[in-house]
Write a protein that binds this ligand. Sequence first.
Ligand code: PLP
Length: 278
Amino acid sequence: MKPASSGRAALTIAGSDPSGGAGIQADLKTFTVLGVYGGAVITCLTAQNSLGVRSTRPVEPDFVREQARLVLNDLPITHIKTGMIGTGAVAVAVGDILRDFEGIVVCDPVLRASGGQELLEAGGFEAFQREVVGNATFITPNVFELEHLSGLPCRNAEEVLQAGQFLLEKFANLAGVILTGGHLGGPDLPVRDYFIRRTADSKRAQPLIAEHERHRTRNTHGTGCTFSSAFTAYHLLTNDPDKSFYLAAAFMDQVIRKSAALTLGKGNGPLAHHLYRP
Ligand code: PLP
């Protein structure tokens, strides 16, 4: 795999996590350790640590637009990854940016933190779906997010596939749905991630499955952001969605395993991106 030194870069449009575990901080660390240059447009500030998100402050929508325009008019951005959007008004601003963008858009549909705090205002869900999901090439939900977006239960593989197909039918620009399966299956079962791809005949579509060991660890803060960013970085490097899915799953496996040995913070500790070795 060639490093992305030949003038291609990724941009994350996401919220800030000052504790460094999730949000734009996780996205930029992931891009960097995978050899991809990253820019970051901030949609929302949060005050949080490993014990949870205390409060959030959305950035003024026009200022989100201004940040993105200046970066996109200057840097050779081929991939945009979106994370926490925060409000419906910010979703509209992000939609304006994505509609004018001709590259690949990977949407991490951040709705709620694992501690339960809402990261998208309730009234912003419609705008989020229309403006952000509607302009995405790939979407990387966890089980909760896939259930919320599809309105369908996702208790097993069959239901996950149905919900994924439903999203592909609902959002015409989507080429694939990647379900990060950490919340699926029992505590003693391996983790399975699913890649549900758009094919000419949806009935014959077989999902790709990446299976890996389930690590016993509390240090999982930022796993959703990190997976989505890893997929984005690998897509930029390989231009191969299937390969990028397997590589991102393997990257997560290594980073989660290394993070399990760390003690950072009093709650759910962050991932140790800095310990990743290719
Ligand atoms: N804060 C920000 C800015 C995020 O984008 C996210 C998740 O995407 C979180 C917090 C929540 O992270 P987690 O649920 O992994 O703790």
